[in-house]
Ligand binder design. Structure first.
Ligand SMILES: [Zn+2]
Ligand SMILES: [Zn+2]
Length: 86
């Protein structure tokens, strides 16, 4: 597997965020995770948070239609607090 920037260099891993292959020159470690130069752990957390907010919205929607999702909403909101802390 080759680096997505340097086609002549062997990749050492893939970006945790975009999953592109990066060589040792292009890899950045953040919170002990590997990223390409375009991404970092903050961007990843932000994206992750967005998915949680979306999931909570969907669950609330379903609840409004009579589906029992209160437990799910409560769980997601708890998880979201965990993720967005710090
Ligand atoms: Zn990336
Ligand atoms: Zn590279």
């Amino acid at each position: 597997m080759r680096c997505f920037v340097h086609r002549d260099r062997e990749a050492v891993g893939v970006c945790f965020y975009c999953h592109r292959a990066v060589c040792d020159k292009c890899s950045v470690y953040d919170d002990s995770k590997l990223f390409c130069q375009d991404h970092n752990i903050k961007m990843y957390s932000l994206e992750f948070t967005k998915f949680y907010v979306m999931a909570i919205d969907l669950a609330r929607d379903a609840a409004a239609k009579g589906v029992r999702t209160q437990d799910l909403v409560a769980k997601l909101e708890r998880d979201l607090k965990e993720v967005s802390r710090g």
